[in-house]
Design a protein. Structure first.
Lengths: 170, 409
């Protein structure tokens, strides 16, 4: 662990009950969903993590509590440090408070996560699908969403398969 | 035929001003097929006469599900898809991906491979900036820039073809090194390019830098405040043009960037012209790095000799049984990564290109996320175009330098 990170991690453990994990020199703070906005605000204002480098999620299906991890990769330009905050989210009606008030870039990234994982960000100003069409069904990056493939058509089941094809309905 | 759906303003009510509801301002689509949107990007504009009141970008036309597809491929095979992300910077994407894999499985890269990676990604940065300079000149009616820039870009693509056999979709960097060593002509070709390119950058600058028409179209336009830029995660030249000196090559050196002597160009104005100056200066700095790396290009292997992750050379397979087994295992099953996650980032021509990679003990990644710089850089656009003219919007959009393949993934 980087020496400069020690006081920050200690403060996060005391204030937000964060659990610390380390892998290849990268620090992960696992923070509870109800504390995350408070923690992000604290890290931005008091610990100079001015920028959120990346925001993403990971699906641990079939595990359901927690099913998702939402990942905030924080970046401090002033101190030249990175830190990762991970928030476990339950698979049953997944929701999380929005961080738009803390980092502006989460506006689009939360829309992306809503689109790809179906995680609902409460009080988000503009929660629409961003990458897939508005009328599409399902959330592609969930593990239970099938990876598309073309069903082979043979003479005995040609018409039957053709009916199921996405673009051949007309 | 399916029915064409009637789109009503209700859907965008929270994003436009009240005047749009009464019909006082006009809603206008720019794109998805428009020469100035640099790809398939749709901007829904709310216009008061010629002035932009609100701008609502609509992305996703190029969404190919690369992140999902990677989860179904082994670590070696998934790399091929990284070329298709940011198609102006395929080698940079390869580098970010390989660095993430190497960090995840703890694999070392030989020094010669590191130096080759630096040379080629810097050439890639020049070629990417050349495309930007050419197309952005085209947007501002400087037609000849396009011809000159693409002439030099062709030369760089020829170098890529020489080393990898491909002009654009190279997949030349592999986890643990590079595909194979460079041919003997490589050094001469790169030196020839370096020799002429110094003068060529001067020529571009004579055409644009002090051109009064160009200054009128770019200065004080699209001002980006540093605090806003940081909040929106804007990185790369737009951030540095706003006065924030942040370059991952300097701040967190990777691939031995700490050995090379180069400056990070910064400006404080934060307008379109400042972004132009930063990018042109960056091309000169990249030339310096290529020159230094070429001068002290170390000899030695170009791939790691850790046979559990890197396939053995062809010559060994015929004579060694272990080599044959390793080769077979690597190309059928692939290698496994531990159940953990890493984040590796590089400075791409457009900003911080990060790869979040998570393994689950199997030969296929559990999750790969590409933190692509264009996505976040475009996110700030609605905030910096308010009050600009439509013609200026074109200049501001091109100064951010977006690549739609990078945004939609």
């Amino acid at each position: 662990m980087d020496k400069k990170l020690e006081p920050i991690v200690k403060a996060a453990q005391e204030k937000f009950g964060a659990v610390v994990e380390e892998f290849r020199g990268e620090l992960h703070l696992v923070i509870k969903p109800e504390k995350i906005i408070e923690a992000l605000t604290y890290l931005r204002d008091e610990q100079k993590f001015e920028m959120l480098s990346a925001m993403t999620a990971s699906d641990y299906y079939p595990q359901s509590a927690p099913r998702f991890h939402v990942i905030y990769q924080l970046n401090s330009l002033a101190k030249n440090l990175t830190l990762q905050a991970r928030v476990p989210v339950s698979g049953d009606q997944p929701k999380l408070p929005t961080a738009v008030g803390v980092y502006g870039m989460t506006n689009w990234r939360e829309r992306e996560l809503f689109d790809m994982f179906g995680i609902n960000f409460e009080e988000h100003p503009d929660l629409r699908r961003i990458l897939t069409p508005e009328d599409s069904e399902g959330h592609p990056l969930r593990k239970d969403f099938p990876l598309g493939y073309e069903e082979p058509q043979f003479t005995f089941n040609y018409d039957e398969v053709a009916l199921r094809k996405m673009f051949a309905k007309e | 035929m399916t029915q064409i759906e009637q789109v009503s303003i209700e859907k965008f009510k929270h994003l436009v001003s009240e005047r749009a509801l009464t019909g006082e301002t006009m809603l206008l689509n720019m794109g998805p097929q428009h020469p100035s949107t640099h790809g398939v990007l749709r901007l829904l504009l709310e216009l008061d006469g010629e002035t932009v009141v609100n701008c609502i970008p609509d992305i996703g036309f190029l969404h190919t599900g690369i992140e999902k597809n990677m989860e179904a491929k082994t670590y070696q095979k998934a790399e091929v898809m990284t070329d298709r992300l940011d198609y102006m910077n395929p080698l940079g994407n390869n580098l970010a991906y390989c660095m993430a894999v190497e960090k995840l499985v703890d694999l070392d890269v030989p020094v010669r491979a590191q130096a080759l990676r630096v040379i080629l990604t810097e050439l890639q940065r020049i070629s990417s900036h050349l495309v930007w300079l050419g197309t952005s000149g085209l947007d501002l009616a400087a037609m000849s820039m396009f011809m000159y820039c693409f002439r030099e870009r062709e030369q760089i693509l020829d170098i890529f073809e020489l080393v990898s056999g491909q002009r654009m979709m190279t997949t030349y960097f592999r986890p643990g090194g590079v595909w194979r060593d460079i041919p003997v002509e490589f050094e001469k070709v790169v030196r020839d390019f370096l020799k002429i390119f110094h003068k060529r950058v001067d020529e571009y600058e004579t055409l644009l830098t002090k051109n009064p028409l160009f200054l009128d179209r770019t200065m004080t336009l699209g001002k980006l405040d540093p605090a806003l830029a940081l909040s929106f995660g804007v990185t790369g030249p737009p951030l540095r043009a706003s006065g924030v000196n942040w370059d991952l090559r300097k701040a967190r050196p990777y691939m031995g960037y700490e050995q090379y002597d180069f400056d990070v160009p910064t400006r404080t104005e934060g307008d379109v012209y400042a972004r132009y100056l930063v990018r042109v200066q960056e091309m000169r700095e990249s030339l310096k790095i290529v020159e230094q790396a070429l001068n002290k290009l170390p000899l030695g292997p170009v791939r790691s000799d850790n046979r559990k992750f890197v396939p053995p050379p062809r010559s060994e397979i015929g004579v060694s049984m272990e080599a044959l087994i390793h080769h077979f295992k690597l190309w059928t099953e692939g290698f496994s990564a531990p159940k953990a996650s890493v984040y590796a980032a590089i400075e791409s021509p457009r900003g911080e290109l990060g790869v979040y990679m998570e393994g689950d003990g199997s030969p296929k990644p559990h999750r790969v996320h590409m933190r692509t710089p264009s996505f976040d850089n475009l996110g700030v656009l609605p905030h910096i175009v308010k009050g600009a003219l439509v013609a200026d919007l074109v200049a501001i959009l091109s100064s951010i330098d977006i690549v739609l393949g990078d945004i939609d993934r």
